[in-house]
Design a protein around this ligand. Structure first.
Ligand code: DX5
Ligand code: ZN
Length: 214
């Protein structure tokens, strides 16, 4: 298995010290920076949008891994791409039909960036299969999206195995309740990118936390 991509979720950072916390991740071996965008409709929470993403782009060299937990994501691909997203991940459940999914993937790729699609806990892995050739990444959620600090659901992580069996090259990212132990379970199933919020940002030693995930 290729290198493991660690993407710290800034949802668990100190927003009054966001630049400091981003630099800490950057200096501690992070590969990407995970930005959780929530709209209060697709999920019950509201978080970060386009202007904050554009500001973050100015202060870090880390690729911006933007997780769109929003309705009508196709409306926001261009603004987020122009704000500096390097990976844009939309939710399968936010899309109306297969055609819309193929269109949004092409739209994301037209900006020269990576396209990801995420599935919520109750969505079967098989729903991704017909899109996996076009996608760069599939994000398997191991908590219900909306909040950091929730408990990892192992039955969701089992879906990683079927996604990996169907596509050996794609990046499989996992998000929700990841720590050294649950991250290892996901890597065993075939994941090669781990998102972690609380485990990294609530630890006393960010470098050690990132190292333990690798
Ligand atoms: C949840 C978000 C996650 C969240 C993960 O809806 O998509 O990225 O920040 O936080 P932890 O790692 O604390 O579960
Ligand atoms: Zn996320």
């Amino acid at each position: 298995m290729s290198k493991i991509i660690i993407s710290p979720s800034i949802l668990s950072a100190d927003f009054t010290n966001l630049e400091r916390d981003i630099k800490r991740a950057e200096d501690s071996g992070a590969d990407w920076l995970h930005i959780d965008v929530m709209d209060g409709h697709f999920v019950p929470n509201i978080t970060i949008g386009v202007p904050v993403t554009a500001s973050i782009k100015k202060i870090t060299k880390l690729p911006l891994d933007v997780h769109l937990m929003i309705e009508n994501p196709q409306k926001y691909i261009e603004p987020f791409a122009k704000a500096g997203a390097d990976i844009l991940t939309f939710h399968y459940e936010a899309m109306k039909n297969d055609d819309e999914i193929f269109e949004i993937i092409s739209l994301i790729k037209s900006f020269g960036i990576k396209a990801g699609m995420s599935i919520k806990p109750k969505t079967p892995a098989e729903k991704c299969f017909k899109f996996s050739e076009q996608l760069d990444m599939i994000l398997v959620m191991t908590v219900e999206p909306g909040f950091g600090g929730q408990k990892f659901m192992e039955d969701c992580a089992e879906k990683i195995k079927s996604v990996r069996e169907q596509n050996s090259n794609i990046i499989i990212q996992v998000d929700g309740g990841i720590n050294a132990e649950t991250g290892q379970i996901c890597k065993n199933y075939g994941a090669n990118s781990l998102v972690a919020g609380n485990y990294i940002y609530k630890s006393d030693n960010i470098r050690q936390a990132i190292l333990s995930l690798k």
